[in-house]
Design a binder for this molecule. Structure first.
Ligand SMILES: Nc1nc2cc(Br)ccc2s1
Length: 227
């Protein structure tokens, strides 16, 4: 997989060189490249925004720099991802879908967002996904893009040592994950649930599933069609 990121804050993605994605880059599983949107401007002030048509507060990101930057990056095999508070909810299912793609391109907006014609233009040529991480507004798409890159990157085959561990995680089977425990068996008078020490794998599996359902019902009833 290749990941390209376009942003006015390229230094924000320096952290990609460490953590899980650092390993991915070194192993060649995931190539990443960060691009400064201002390199696609040609005025003295390297202007990327302008006032909104129709009036209103804030500034909108100009389409020309985006067009020039993205034309140099996207191909017919690219998926353009635009983090936006108005986007479709990003879920584990979305992460799984994107983990199978060849080329992800992230357009990180700032200000009041990117001129909508950029999405319209590239939607005529490639798959474009406007995605939201939740019902809140950030100052830009960079934090959202980093979260999406991590959620997707860890699902790329070869990225995690034990793929089986992915299957028990929250949202993998539409349920939240069960609680986890490790040594010591008793900590500050809190004992590990006895079934986990029983060696009875059937009983352990049943208990874990019960915990998943109970947790999901209590915390995220929407995930199991309950309100
Ligand atoms: N939740 C989100 N807020 C924002 C704000 C801007 Br500005 C760009 C992208 C996103 S995604």
């Amino acid at each position: 997989m290749r990941i390209d990121i376009v942003t006015i804050f390229p230094e924000f993605f320096g952290v990609l060189d460490v953590s899980l994605l650092g390993k991915a880059r070194q192993s060649g599983l995931i190539e990443t490249q960060v691009h400064d949107l201002r390199d696609s401007t040609h005025d003295r002030h390297r202007t990327v925004d302008d006032t909104p048509y129709g009036g209103g507060a804030g500034m909108v990101m100009r389409p020309e720099p985006w067009g020039e930057a993205l034309d140099g990056i996207v191909t017919e095999r690219s998926t353009l991802i635009v983090p936006s508070p108005a986007g479709h909810p990003f879920t584990q299912a979305t992460a799984r879908e994107l983990a199978a793609r060849d080329h992800l391109v992230f357009a990180c907006g700032r200000y009041e967002g990117i001129d909508q014609r950029v999405v319209e233009h590239y939607s005529e040529r490639i798959e474009v996904r406007e995605v939201s991480l939740g019902d809140y507004v950030l100052n830009g798409g960079e934090v959202a893009a980093m979260a999406i890159i991590e959620a997707v990157g860890r699902l790329v085959p070869g990225m995690v040592g034990n793929p089986a561990s992915l299957e028990e995680e929250s949202h993998e089977a539409g349920l939240l994950e069960h609680p986890s425990y490790t040594k010591p068996a008793v900590w500050r008078d809190h004992a590990v649930p006895p079934v986990l020490l029983s060696g009875n794998h059937g009983a352990i599996a049943a208990w874990r599933h019960e915990q998943q359902v109970a947790r999901t019902r209590a915390t995220r009833p929407d995930l199991i069609g309950e309100q």
